[in-house]
Design a protein around this ligand. Structure first.
Ligand SMILES: O=C(O)CCC(=O)C(=O)O
Length: 266
């Protein structure tokens, strides 16, 4: 993979846009703002702990519909706690990836979600999934982009995010009737890179997962097949995420719960 170094300068290097377009993901390394990373980690740990304390011993289940407004268990031991940009003390347009986002999604791109995904020691690998479905049978440009930032070094044993290169071209359930939307967007055992290529002229997408230095950002198309790998270390792995959408795009699968951990226990 051609890893691309990020800069905070505009215009966005064409290579980054080209790589996001062709591979569906790219790594931005060495933007070298350790203060930003430390501050995002501190806010994330504080908020995640407060929400886990409020959740207490309540059973939460897996998936966004089974969760709470403040926390979703994405897979066993993998907790997603949304955190607003105000809580992070950040502005999207100051972030080093913002010009890439607006180049790809348009100048009027919108922030959709942000937060932290924390995988506990011994949490297993996720099933492969996309974060939202294709919107048309023809291949359109991305309608949403995610930025996942390593908040500390993430060696392979801690389970970085694995991507299936170019799979955003193959996850279209509107053009491939063998694919089921619910089994793409919600994690399902049968969804694999091989399934996307089955009975088509395409090769199985190559799997790519790399250890990440603190501050490295994985940027990917919402339609890319990806998964968090198992955390085989003794430490909790924290990745912050910042998600963006084209103006007007409304997805409804990311946070579906309508109950709060601060409501009386049910
Ligand atoms: O934890 C990760 O690396 C990825 C998480 C993810 O893709 C998800 O929960 O939807």
């Amino acid at each position: 993979m051609k890893d691309t170094n990020s800069t905070t300068d505009s215009p966005v290097p064409h290579e980054q846009v080209d790589q996001l377009t062709s591979d569906g993901f790219l790594l931005l390394k060495h933007f070298d703002d350790s203060q930003l990373v430390a501050s995002v980690l501190a806010v994330s740990e504080r908020r995640a702990q407060a929400i886990r304390d409020a959740l207490g011993g309540r059973d939460i289940g897996i998936g966004s519909a089974a969760g709470f407004e403040e926390i979703v268990q994405r897979s066993p031991g993998r907790w997603d706690v949304p955190i607003s940009m105000a809580e992070f003390g950040l502005n999207d347009c100051d972030l080093p990836w913002w010009s890439l986002i607006t180049t790809v999604l348009g100048e009027d791109a919108e922030h959709s979600f942000s937060g932290v995904v924390s995988s506990e020691p011994s949490s297993p690998a996720q099933f492969w999934h996309t974060d939202s479905p294709h919107l048309a049978a023809e291949h359109l440009g991305p309608h949403a982009i995610n930025v996942m930032m390593a908040l500390h070094d993430v060696p392979m044993e801690m389970g970085p995010t694995e991507c299936a290169r170019g799979s955003h071209f193959l996850t279209n359930h509107l053009s491939n009737p063998a694919l089921k939307i619910d089994e793409l967007v919600y994690q399902h055992l049968s969804t694999t890179p091989a399934l996307l290529a089955k009975d088509t002229d395409h090769h199985e997408p190559e799997r790519s997962a790399k250890s990440l230095a603190a501050g490295t950002c994985l940027i990917f198309d919402d339609r890319l097949l990806h998964r968090g790998l198992a955390n085989r270390s003794k430490l909790t792995r924290h990745m912050a995420y910042f998600s963006y959408r084209q103006k007007g795009y409304v997805g409804n699968t990311h946070f579906e719960a309508q109950r709060s951990v601060f409501d009386a226990a049910d």
